[in-house]
Design a protein around this ligand. Structure first.
Ligand SMILES: O=C(O)CCC(=O)C(=O)O
Ligand SMILES: [Fe+2]
Length: 323
């Protein structure tokens, strides 16, 4: 039987009593154990918020390249602003050698933070980097900040359910994510006017790095696929008012491999549709406080990974995926 991505309705957990939360947590546990991906509805984020950011992103990415490049930091290690095709190969994070991804992206984080050493020290500045916004469209920043803040709240709620699903206190993760270093990326996969190089994809196969990725995608030719247990690649449907949630490496390590940070990729559109197939996806890469130590907690038994610091893990992944 072909595996499918489970759809989980969050509404009973967000509005309901403890037994309702436990039922939803069980669904999350099953999905993360089996495939590491699930789709959520009933999440409470208005579709207008999603559509507004999608629309502003589309306006930006359809500007001339010269104008977009004004929003590209010169220093390649700055994780903010615009990045053009050729900058990144995600597969390198999993030591697979491919040509660069056929995507552009816009990288941003929270708009502001407290004036405290955790954020402003030399180390803090690696993770709390001022956003960079283009002149056009004028309210791109507003749309992005609104979206970021709403999904940030959703991530907190999902981490409470995650703790419940793992048999931990619901607040287990609270002090590990209260100063999180989450970045968002809006990925733009342009139409393909020339054939890709051998082995070149919109996004090469990879696993994500952090806790949970919360992604709003688009069902277009040349979309997201996840590799299931028997090695088969299956498509991940992404309706406009839902999010795809997948777990990242740090959460997999935290669960001592009970949950799987699964391999996924974005394929090329078929040649017949390639010149018409723009696609946008918007990913919130929830990542713990940079000083959180990730040690396997569940289930008990011998830890399969040495402890790792959240911030170090992210920096190393950014370094190796830069093309
Ligand atoms: O575009 C997508 O649907 C997924 C992109 C992705 O996996 C990523 O940016 O990590
Ligand atoms: Fe990914």
């Amino acid at each position: 039987m072909t595996a499918t991505i489970p759809v989980i309705d969050l509404a009973p957990a967000l509005n309901g009593d403890h037994p309702a939360r436990v039922r939803v947590a069980r669904e999350i546990d099953a999905a993360c154990t089996e495939v590491g991906f699930f789709t959520i509805r009933g999440h409470g984020i208005p579709v207008e918020v999603i559509e507004r950011l999608r629309d502003r992103a589309s306006q930006f990415f359809n500007l001339p390249l010269q104008e977009k490049l004004l929003a590209q930091p010169e220093d390649p290690s700055v994780p903010r602003g615009y990045r053009a095709i050729g900058f990144e190969a995600l597969s390198h994070g999993n030591t697979i050698d491919t040509p660069p991804d056929l995507k552009e992206y816009y990288h941003f984080g929270r708009p502001s933070w407290p004036d405290q050493p955790y954020y402003t020290s030399e180390q803090g500045q690696r993770f709390f980097v001022p956003n960079r916004w283009p002149d056009r469209p004028a309210d791109f920043a507003d749309a992005a900040n609104d979206y970021y803040q709403r999904v940030e709240r959703l991530a907190e709620q999902l981490m409470e359910l995650t703790a419940l699903a793992l048999g931990l206190d619901e607040q287990f993760f609270a002090d590990k994510i209260d100063r999180h270093i989450t970045a968002m990326r809006i990925n733009f996969y342009p139409e393909q006017k020339t054939a890709p190089e051998p082995g070149q994809l919109r996004a090469g196969e990879h696993t994500d790095y952090g806790l949970l990725t919360i992604l709003n995608g688009e069902n277009k030719p040349g979309g997201l696929q996840v590799q299931v247990r028997d090695g088969e690649w299956i498509p991940v449907e992404t309706a406009p008012d839902t999010f795809v949630v997948n777990i990242g490496d740090l959460l997999m390590r935290w669960t001592n491999d009970r949950w799987v940070s699964n391999v996924h990729r974005v394929v090329n559109p078929p040649a017949s549709a390639a010149s018409l197939s723009q696609r946008i996806s918007m990913g919130f890469f929830h990542h713990p406080n940079y000083d959180a130590l990730i040690e396997s907690v569940a289930p008990s038994g011998e830890a399969r990974y040495p402890p790792v610091l959240s911030g170090e893990y992210r920096d190393e992944k950014y370094r190796v995926t830069r093309n």
